[in-house]
Ligand binder design. Sequence first.
Ligand SMILES: Nc1ncnc2c1ncn2[C@@H]1O[C@H](COP(=O)(O)OP(=O)(O)OP(=O)(O)O)[C@@H](O)[C@H]1O
Length: 664
Amino acid sequence: MTSAPRGTSAPRRASAPRRASTPRGTSAPRRAIALLRARTARWLAIVRLLPAAGRPLLAAALAVNLALGLLPVAFMIATAVAVSRLPRAAADGGHWDALLTPLVTALAVFLLSQVLRPFQTAVAETVTRAVDGHCAHRMLTATTVDAPPAALDRPEALDRLADARSAFDRAMPSPGDAVAGLVNLVARYSQLLACLVVLAVVLNPWTAVLAGATALVIRSVNRGSLAAYVEYWKGLAGERRKSAYLRTAAVDASGGKEVRLLGALPWFRARYRAEAVEYLAQLWKERRRLLLLPFAGLALVALVGAAGNLLVLATAVPPGSDGALALALTVQCLLVPLRFGVYFPESDVQTQYGMLAHQALTDFVEQAGREPVPDRPRPVPELSEGIAFRGVDFGYPGADRQVYRGLDLVLPANRSTAVIGLNGAGKTTLVKLLARVHEPVAGRIEADGVPLTAMDPTAWRRRLAVVFQDFNRYDLTLAQNVALGAPHRPPDRDAVTAALARAGAQEVLDAVGPDTVLSAAYQGGRDLSGGQWQRVALARALYAVDSGAEVLVLDEPTAQLDVRAEVAFYERFLELTRGTTSVIISHRFSTVRRADHIVVVEDGAVVEHGDHDSLMREGGRYATLFRLQADRFDPAPDESAPDESAPDESAPDESAPDREGALR
Ligand SMILES: Nc1ncnc2c1ncn2[C@@H]1O[C@H](COP(=O)(O)OP(=O)(O)OP(=O)(O)O)[C@@H](O)[C@H]1O
């Protein structure tokens, strides 16, 4: 019997998954037809993957399997001939010559099958790899090129993606395994067919029909049960994903440290165990229902079929040596259809779960969709006016709260704009809308009057250099980490060095060198501090600007910098952003105040905008937040000191950055 594949343990469940993917309320025959259609479609999808293995490989795999199917039948014939000649050879006073040819043939056939058997495994593995390479490419293209980035935020799409990915991680059978399993069936079915032909010729066609029918009935019930079980298993995809998280959270490098510090391993272990037991209990119950109980029925069918055929055998076999040949041959041939009552280890689990993995991939590609690209995209303009958000409404899918309602905002070209607001006000969301990670629900975003939706999204994104709050830390060399800012550009070591210097990461470069992998998990690798990483990410964005990106977007660029580094950053800020259209998001007013234009977002809209001095004079939200932050560090300011936050202040205090550098 089959077993659930590795790596499929254990989530909790609020409600049991549906047992079939057909709609409720439809009649039983209709449901059966729908189910049959769905299963046929899955098989056809796997058949359509065959060419991905490549013709020569496929031909080799088919030839090996055909040989492995037919050679055992040749062995049966040869041994049956030898057995039928045995009485006469013995009677002729030990004239064993007559046995030589069939026995040598049987031996040769046997040896050939033994030699071919490892090739079946090797060829199947090669087919698997070739097909999986093709499917993995499809998955990567879908996730990183075709699908809109927001698709990767949708839980149902992520569930499907998780199942597809776990197949490529070899945690469950993959589409390639399904194709190899399908090819392996050639051996089984060619053997069955050959045995049925022998039965029809040697006994009579009805015996062949009865044996064939018995084999196919028990086979289809077996496969049907397995398919239903796997369908049930599929319904637990979301829980499997949660469970995989629990399993790895305590052991992966980043989470593991904190789990150890908290002493939370027993908690994780207990939680994982409880969920695993609950999850497996459901699976086992379903397994008993779908796999164990039908087994009793199948055994009965097999028994009746075998009994019927043995009866025919007993009455139809003629006496004499012809009868001995017929008996020896047909008894062996009858055993082959009966073996269709067990799962085929080289094929069944592979095809069933592999089909599901392929279905998961297809579902993901369909659910994620394709990012719309206009037929005739308008060129991305060189910004001279700026980027305008016009009446933009946006809320995350499934969330009840709108992040923006009728947002009007201009990011002037070639100037720096700082966006401030409280936690959750929507600052990062603004960056995501700008980068077209999400699209507005209403309203539009324009670059020099051209709607972003009229441009090729890839061309637009190439104009942006973004450092997200949760930027990527690649386990690659320092130089590669920076050069990834413009992967389309041929590697330019001088430009990488210059970007690092501008980002204040010269010390990092001097300390680790450009070719050190930035991860202590590799031999000779070195990890960086949070602040050092932030500078590397900034260097990546500056390298992108150097390579043609026009809009620099920095989301909390100094959050992890120490006071000295932050002061150095904002001293360089004007130089870093000069000539570029830049957007900076920061809670640190020491960074923000240097921007040409400051925007305060609150309750889904811009509530104030202007430069530092005008906003301070206004004495509104910005001024309140600014003073609040300043007071944290200077609760009783010297009365004689210039009042930085005075509403009527007319000239900025140039000494202020030093004091504000300590803010936070
Ligand atoms: N992927 C998401 N799905 C659903 N809601 C989200 C998602 N990302 C953010 N939100 C919600 O959208 C709102 C705005 O989030 P956003 O990250 O833009 O805020 P922010 O101003 O950048 O906050 P912070 O200052 O804490 O970084 C918040 O209420 C947040 O909970």
